[in-house]
Design a protein around this ligand. Structure first.
Ligand SMILES: [Zn+2]
Ligand SMILES: [Zn+2]
Length: 304
């Protein structure tokens, strides 16, 4: 089976300034990058100095790192029944979109939101209103990527139908895209660990959202079992998707053609690392799931 070598990358820290994310990405062998542009647990937005932005862009270009995505802060909740929270969420999203344009990011990835008890319909309506407003205020090139979720209680985005409905209600513009998280879809109840399962999942995605909107894939194993609706990421091969599951995912030409971004705990607990990046690439290059199972894991560090 001839499958192109996928673009494998990771979420990396910007501690100390945006430009430091370039070195961290290079250190672990990432080819595409996801970053936070402000502290993920805070509303306060970091002001990035022009020199830092310029150095970051220069670093990306010289190291050939692309694409770049921004992941929105965790506090963001466009579905909240609380108007003040929603207002702040839209403001932060707009701030992220402006930074995305500044740094040349392909888009901002965000979780659609949690209705926190107001119900799916109210939650979806709140998201539509929030995004409609944001899209009127922002007309730059950065995409808005709704991320698939594990579909936990109150969390919007656990089914492709729901994401498709949001996109449709927003007019279906090309800026509205989707990031498929392998752990989340597995936890939400989409079998993606066999050839048939991956095929069925992507056919369903195509019939609802449409594959042309699939801009990014988060490559994470799942600590929780199939259809658990509990969002917990695991290192590649250490979760319920497993190496064979990733072999099937990576040998689907649709998945293999998308940027794959790791958001895993890391084999030494310090976030996405080289062993995860290398293993994902090796699984993609393996001729069979059996070979993928037997690949060595090259964990560096004494505590590994
Ligand atoms: Zn996410
Ligand atoms: Zn994710």
């Amino acid at each position: 089976m001839a499958v192109a070598r996928p673009c494998v990358g990771a979420h990396v820290s910007t501690a100390g300034g945006l430009v430091h994310a370039v070195d961290r990405a290079v250190d672990i062998g990432a080819h595409c990058v996801q970053i936070f542009v402000s502290a993920p647990q805070q509303w306060r937005q970091t002001q990035h100095k022009d020199a830092d932005v310029a150095a970051f862009r220069e670093g990306l270009a010289s190291r050939g790192l692309a694409p770049v995505f921004i992941h929105a802060v965790y506090l963001l909740n466009l579905a909240s029944p609380n108007e003040e929270l929603r207002r702040r969420s839209v403001e932060v999203l707009l701030s992220h979109l402006r930074v995305a344009d500044q740094i040349g990011a392909a888009g901002v990835i965000f979780h659609p939101g949690s209705h926190t008890g107001s119900g799916d319909e109210a939650g979806e309506q709140a998201i539509v209103n929030s995004l409609r407003f944001a899209m009127r205020q922002h007309d730059g090139p950065a995409g808005l990527l709704l991320e698939t979720t594990a579909g936990s209680k109150g969390i919007i985005g656990g089914t492709f139908e729901q994401l498709a409905r949001l996109i449709e209600r927003l007019g279906g513009g090309a800026r509205l895209q989707v990031c498929l998280d392998t752990a989340h879809v597995f936890e939400a109840g989409y079998d993606c660990i066999t050839a048939d399962g991956v095929n069925r999942m992507l056919t369903r995605f195509d019939e609802t959202v449409g594959l042309s909107r699939l801009t990014c894939v988060h490559a994470n194993d799942s600590k929780t079992p199939f259809a658990s609706h509990v969002d917990r990421h695991a290192n590649i091969g250490e979760g319920h998707i497993g190496r064979a599951g990733f072999w099937h995912l990576l040998h689907d030409p649709t998945i293999a053609a998308r940027p794959l971004v790791l958001e895993v705990p890391g084999f030494t607990g310090e976030g996405p690392d080289r062993p995860n990046v290398d293993l994902l690439r090796a699984i993609a290059a393996a001729p069979s799931p059996e070979v993928a199972q037997g690949l060595p894991l090259l964990v560096t560090g004494d505590d590994a």
